[in-house]
Write a protein that binds this ligand. Structure first.
Ligand code: HEM
Length: 209
């Protein structure tokens, strides 16, 4: 096995796995020791939601970072980051259903009229096919359709940011910050995939002329 393969398998992947697990372990520890603050249920809900969004943005940051730095090995942790975003999203939903709504179907259904709840559900719902097709076998089986399907991640992230923007009442700065980060990540893609390839021949023609 090459040095790079060793670095990815024995260093990078286990390190990222543990790092992504830390926020969950911290919440479990704080819940166990009674350190979740004055509103423990709110804390658990918000932390799981915000980590789902952070990891989603981290997943979307891999491609631009790879292109800008030339660090090809970054791709080897993208799937893990995406699956963690999904896991935190599922935990977020479990906390909301169990601790906020006490698994009461009438409460859960009653909340469905709120725009921020609808965008939250849609965001998580769109993550399901992405997680379900994340295995190597599915990538091979779906071929080009896999890439098309995985463009859903943009809708997932936009809905996640919208969910956050719609739920805040006073401090709009944090969701706006995440919105700005997402806009930069999507803007880079528009530039790299749509605009730059069209400008390249023009530049070459100018040089030749
Ligand atoms: C599955 C359906 C979802 C439901 C029912 C849901 C519900 C909630 C609720 C009740 C809150 C707390 C609102 C408050 O404090 O008043 C919340 C906060 C939040 N959720 Fe969700 N959510 C869902 C999905 C998601 C997803 C998929 C993401 C990320 C992509 C997400 C990200 C967030 C964030 C960032 C916060 C705010 C955290 C903070 O204030 O620090 N949620 N959500």
């Amino acid at each position: 096995m090459s040095t790079r393969q060793n670095f990815v398998r024995l260093g990078l992947k286990p390190a990222v796995f543990v790092l992504c697990l830390l926020p969950l372990l911290q919440q479990v520890w704080w819940a166990y020791t009674g350190n979740l603050g004055a509103n423990p249920i709110g804390e658990l809900t918000n932390e799981s939601g915000v980590w789902s969004l952070r990891l989603l943005l981290a997943t979307l940051a891999i491609t631009p970072l790879r292109r800008l730095t030339g660090w090809g090995w970054l791709i080897s942790v993208r799937r893990m980051l995406g699956l963690y975003a999904f896991t935190y999203g599922v935990l977020h939903l479990a906390v909301y259903w169990g601790l906020n709504q006490y698994f009461d179907l009438s409460l859960i259904a009653g909340d469905l009229k709120r725009p921020y709840i609808i965008t939250g559900y849609l965001s998580l719902l769109f993550m399901v096919p992405l997680a379900a097709t994340s295995t190597d076998a599915m990538v091979r089986r779906l071929g080009r359709r896999w890439q098309k399907l995985h463009r859903l991640v943009y809708a997932v992230a936009i809905l996640g940011v919208l969910h956050y923007l719609l739920l805040v009442k006073i401090d709009f700065l944090p969701p706006l910050g995440y919105g700005l980060a997402l806009a930069a990540l999507l803007g880079w893609r528009v530039w790299a995939w749509q605009i730059a390839p069209r400008l390249a021949p023009l530049g070459r023609r100018q040089q030749a002329g």
